[in-house]
Structures are given as C-alpha cells and as structure tokens.
Ligand binder design. Sequence first.
Ligand SMILES: Cc1cc2nc3c(=O)[nH]c(=O)nc-3n(C[C@H](O)[C@H](O)[C@H](O)COP(=O)(O)OP(=O)(O)OC[C@H]3O[C@@H](n4cnc5c(N)ncnc54)[C@H](O)[C@@H]3O)c2cc1C
Length: 474
Amino acid sequence: MNVKIWLSKRASVPSAFINETRRIIGAENVSTKECDLIAYSLDYWMYGVFLSQYGSLPSLPSVVISPGNPQEIQGILKCANKYKVQITPFGGGSGVLGGAIPTNGSAILNLQRMNRFISLDEMSLVAEFESGIIGANLELELNHRGYSMGNIPQSLYCSTLGGWISTRAVGQFSTKYGKIEDMVLGMEVVLPDGSLLNIRPVPRRSTGPSLKDLFLGGEGTLGIVTRAAVSVHPLPALTSKQSFVFPSIEMALEAVRKILRADARPAVVRIFDELEAERYFGAKKVTVIFISEGEPDFVRPEKRLISSIAVKHGGTSQGENPVEIWLEKRFDIGLGPTIMQQGGIVDTIEVVSLFKDAANLYKDMLTSMRAVEGSLLVSGHFSHFYREGACLYITFVGFPKDPYRYYEDTWEAAMEATLRNNGSISHHHGIGMWRMRFMEQELGKEGVDLLRKIKSSFDPNGILNRGKLIEDER
Ligand SMILES: Cc1cc2nc3c(=O)[nH]c(=O)nc-3n(C[C@H](O)[C@H](O)[C@H](O)COP(=O)(O)OP(=O)(O)OC[C@H]3O[C@@H](n4cnc5c(N)ncnc54)[C@H](O)[C@@H]3O)c2cc1C
C-alpha cells in the first residue's frame, strides 16, 4: 500500500483479535482488504479530505468490522478488551471534525448493516430504528406511512441516526421540531465492557441524571448506540413560505427575536448575510426566509404574525421565491470540491450564542477570520433559533501558501472570537479530533476532568474512540 499516513502511525491489531471477530460475526463481515481500509480511513473533516487529494490519509484502520446486531457488537467489544484493541465507531462518515477517523490504526466498527426500521407507534408518535440507518431511508420509511421525524440535516443522504445522536446533530427544520436531543426518547447502547444498556422510551423521567445525555454527543467514546426510539410528526397539511430583506444583520436578528418571543415557531428560519444572499439569491441584501408548516388553522395566523413583525422591524417582503431557491439548493455542497481540487481550502464552523451577543459575535468572527493570511472569503448565516439565541454558521475559503497554517489559524481565530463573545465553540457538529484543543476553554479544567473521569470509569482499557472529544491525559 502506497499511501502516506499523515496523522498517526498504524499500530497492528493482533491477528488473534481478527480471527475471533471473524468467528463472532462471520468472515465475510470482517475485511482487511486495501480498498475497504482506504474507504474507512476518512470522514468529512475538510483537512483530511484536502490531504487525501495529494495522496496522504490522516490514518488507516487495521480492519473494518461490520456487525449485524447488538449481540455481535457485545462479542466484539469483549474481544477488544481482551486484546486491548482500539475501536472507532463509523456511521455514515459525514462528521466534519475527524470523529470517525481510525486514529492509531484502530479497528473500524461500521454500523451500516444495522439499518432496519423496527416499529411505529402511531398513537404515541414514536418510531424505532436501528442506529445505522441512513437519514434519507429513515425519512422514506416514515414518509410513506404519513410521518416525518423532522430532523433534516444537509447531510440527510450520507449520515445515520447513530451519528446524529453521537454528535448532537441538528436539522434544517429545527426551530419547530427541535434538535436531536428533543427527539430521542429511548435508546439501546452497548457499553465498552460489552454489556447492553436499554433506556426505555418515555416522554420524560425524573430518575436521577439523564443517562441518554451521556450518549447524545458521546461521539462513540462511551458506548455504541445500536437502536433508538424517536418522536415523529404527521406530515404537515400546509406549508407556507415567505421571505424578507432587511437593511442590516442587526435588524434581521431583532425581527426574528421578536417573532420567537411572540411564540411563533416556524420550522425554518434562516438569516443570510449579504454575501450568502448574493450566492443563493443573486441579490446582495440581508435576506431572511421562513417556512411555517402544520395544520392550516395554525399555519395561516403564524404566517400573518411573522409578516407583521418582520415588516414592523424594517423587513421588505420578497415573497416565496427565495424560499423555493433555498429548498432547491439546500442539499447542494456548492463549489467546495472544485475549490479544493484547485488547491483551495473550504470549511464551515457553527457556533452559538445568546441574542445579546449574536451581532457582535458575527462581526468579530468575520473580522478575525478574514485577517488570516490566505483568506479569500468568509460569510455567514444564522439558523436554528431559540427564544434565547441562535446558531451562527460561517463558511470560509482560502488559497494560502501554507494550507495547514491557514487552516489552523482560521479555526483558532474563529474559536477565540466565539469565546470572547460568550458563545459556545460548537452548536451541532461536535468536537471530534480537531476541536479538542479548545475544550478546556469551553468547559474549564473541571469540566474536562469530569469527562475524563466518566470516560475512564466507563472504558478503563480506553478501547472506544480514544483521542476524540477529549485529549488523552498528558
Ligand atoms: C455536506 C454536509 C452537511 C452537513 N450538514 C449537517 C447538518 O445540517 N446538521 C448537522 O448536525 N450536521 C451536519 N453535518 C455533519 C454530520 O453529517 C453530522 O455530524 C452527522 O450527525 C454525522 O453522522 P454520521 O452517521 O455520518 O456519523 P460519523 O461521521 O460516522 O460519526 C460521527 C461520530 O459519531 C460516532 N458514531 C457514529 N455512529 C455511532 C453509533 N451508532 N454509536 C456511537 N458512536 C457513533 C463516530 O465514532 C464519530 O465520533 C454535515 C456534514 C456534511 C459533510
């Protein structure tokens, strides 16, 4: 094999481990073929993707293991403890921070064979799926029965339910339907020692700290999510679209704040800055789009309420057309791959703050990121709103002399600006490998120490996704 391994050396996994896993799950589901090792060496972390064009991979797994049920995973994890083999869970591989990259030559645990729809309880509005199901297939299963989960990330076609849970993902319709943590009612998890934890689905419980929350954002470090029960919604009877342009980001933010304060809950709210509005809609004006959906008796008054508050706060109606354009382009990843093929770097960063800090955070992030040598473009939009604040999503492009320096400095500038403006360093992409170095600034030393203690008590042999989410103690 002639690929350069850039990030971590390839440690070999004992052949006894590979032979035992073959006995547990069948030889056809355990691969050491070069093509499989290369296919599972990368997720969607942009610097890894950038390097792979030039023949370097961040890391290579020793083996790709594809179990078909939780009992097989239990057997594999027991075996991994016996041989001290590190395991990297892999859902769709669409994570953007390197969380699914098999560092240290670990074994990939590919969950994509566990992709079944299990049940739908129409009375309670709860559906159960295996965790390896791809988002688009999950939605298809529900849509043809008349329902939707309402979690529609841009990566719908390449991410899994287990990945959504493990990264605390958020979909485009989040302002009405909530984020993944609002949707997951119960789950089944194989713990690092191979035992099976079952959290029964109920709307809420008061039985001590929420165990679900250990795995919502666990990034595969504390257990393997094997199935989940999620809340679902009947498909909406009416969808209404409207959009407005505003003289400034500040005015748009204020209008949306007032709309949410008045208890409107549109499914989609997005504020595009001038550059993003020009890219999407062809006009360099701060643009806000809204989609309201549900029963007509709720949707119509909500539409009127949104419109009257938007106009009162300086908005000028642009009708449905910008929303149609956004709906058409919303799964499109644009020119990213072309820019990278020409030697440029493209990436996105999502952070979150309260409304009181949102405009300053936006301006500070743009100024700080644009000041990095090699920067060509930095633009942003706000999406995923709360009554208290919003997620800010920045896209940046550079053509630097030194790609690694540029990439590191731009991220550093963005994270520092976020923390300076009282924001959180991640709203929904998670930490993976690339954001780990900012965790102490985010959580404090005490917070990181607590996560380390939880990790070492769950996983004393450090077999599950080691070196992700929190750095190993130095
Ligand atoms: C084009 C594009 C658009 C995107 N849009 C969005 C978006 O709109 N919203 C959003 O939130 N994110 C988005 N993302 C990021 C990404 O899709 C999400 O983080 C997603 O949740 C990852 O799911 P996955 O199945 O691909 O997980 P992977 O990338 O395979 O894994 C992510 C992490 O979870 C762990 N893991 C995976 N499955 C399991 C499991 N069953 N049990 C335990 N650990 C597991 C992995 O080890 C890794 O640490 C986007 C990414 C791309 C490339």
